[in-house]
Design a protein around this ligand. Structure first.
Ligand SMILES: *Cc1c(COP(=O)(O)O)cnc(C)c1O
Length: 342
């Protein structure tokens, strides 16, 4: 119960939040099986590995999916979405992602919310990595189905997922005939009224999440978002200072994807960073392996984690023959972090 209240605080909603014992994809499946019926049409925005999952889940359940496939790292505007909604007036929903973790892109959910709220469709947003690091007030931005999970910005081990529905979404849920049992929101709603969950909850994780939410409340959502903004800005400025390019056209503060410069092998670069300097920077996922690297800002991350990441990146690049002023990225990041240290 305390976790439900804490998640309401980070979702910025007054609506009920349900706790599921599953990873984030379970909440995505919950959204699909509870909103739709066989043959329903939806619009799915696919800007990377996680946006791609929307289409995969919908197709697995026989939902007709109009998929907008974007080049990784590119933006998709609210105007373009309004056009898609006009093209597909039968669409029951738009399935979107707040922060596409495979590219670092944060989409214009506020604009999407405005476009979708003028139609009969619902806006479903995967905020699994985004929540807490990218602003997205569920109620104010007209998000109808909002979902997240414990293991990204919510600073808890994997295994819990969260979902909340607007009245417009509940109306769809009442009519939905797709098969469901474990992930039935009606059952969850009934149990929540009695202060419980329909199935055995992952209680050890709930206790850990309660503690992490207490820390988040202590920091305050506004300060937490600002903290991520400083980390993101420090890293973006640092990498641009040494002539590197961002992958995303609309980069957020959840993580920063950096293109591997020409002439450098991305896999060798990561190997040096990870094996030699023992710093964890993620690589690109398939089918773009080796093309860019991803520096995380989410979770328990501070200014010195960013300095460490940039420092390891610089040393590895320098060893591989990339020509730039060594220390340039670290210095630029330090300027930003020191001015904003709190
Ligand atoms: C991590 C992630 C997921 C997948 O969540 P699982 O917990 O692995 O099921 C989905 N969407 C986004 C945006 C993510 O970052």
């Amino acid at each position: 119960m305390e976790v439900c209240e804490g998640i309401k605080y980070v979702f910025q909603t007054k609506k009920d939040v349900f706790v599921l014992s599953s990873s984030g994809s379970g909440a995505m499946e919950t959204a699909v099986v509870n909103m739709f019926s066989p043959g329903d049409e939806v619009i799915a925005i696919n800007g990377g590995k996680f946006g791609d999952r929307w289409g995969k889940i919908c197709r697995a359940f026989g939902v007709k999916t109009h998929e907008i496939i974007l080049e990784w790292g590119t933006d998709f505007s609210a105007e373009a979405l309004a056009g898609e909604l006009r093209r597909h007036p039968e669409a029951k929903a738009v399935l979107a992602t707040l922060a596409e973790t495979s590219t670092g892109t944060v989409y214009d959910i506020q604009g999407f919310g405005e476009a979708v709220s003028e139609t009969g469709a619902v806006l479903v947003v995967d905020a699994i990595s985004g929540i807490g690091a990218a602003p997205c007030p569920m109620d104010e931005w007209h998000v109808d189905v909002f979902l997240s999970a414990s293991q990204k910005s919510l600073m808890t081990p994997p295994g819990l997922a969260y979902i909340s529905l607007s009245p417009k979404a509940w109306r769809l849920a009442e009519k939905s005939t797709l098969p469901k049992f474990y992930f039935d929101v009606m059952a969850a709603k009934k149990s929540l009224g009695k202060g419980t969950t329909p199935w055995t909850p992952a209680i050890t994780l709930i206790i850990q999440q309660r503690e992490a939410l207490r820390v988040i409340r202590e920091i305050g959502l506004k300060s937490l978002l600002r903290h991520h903004e400083i980390l993101g800005r420090a890293v973006r400025t640092g990498i641009q200072t040494i002539g590197l390019e961002l992958l995303s056209k609309r980069p957020g503060n959840v993580l920063t994807a950096v293109k591997v410069p020409e002439g450098i092998d991305g896999n060798t670069l990561l190997q040096k960073i990870q094996d030699k300097y023992k710093v964890h920077i993620a690589g690109a996922q398939e089918p773009h392996r080796g093309e860019f690297i991803r520096i995380a800002h989410l979770g328990y991350m501070g200014g010195f984690d960013m300095i460490t990441a940039l420092s390891a990146l610089e040393m590895a690049l320098s060893e591989l023959g990339y020509s730039f002023p060594l220390g340039g990225a670290v210095r630029a990041a330090e300027e930003i972090i020191k001015e904003n240290w709190s």
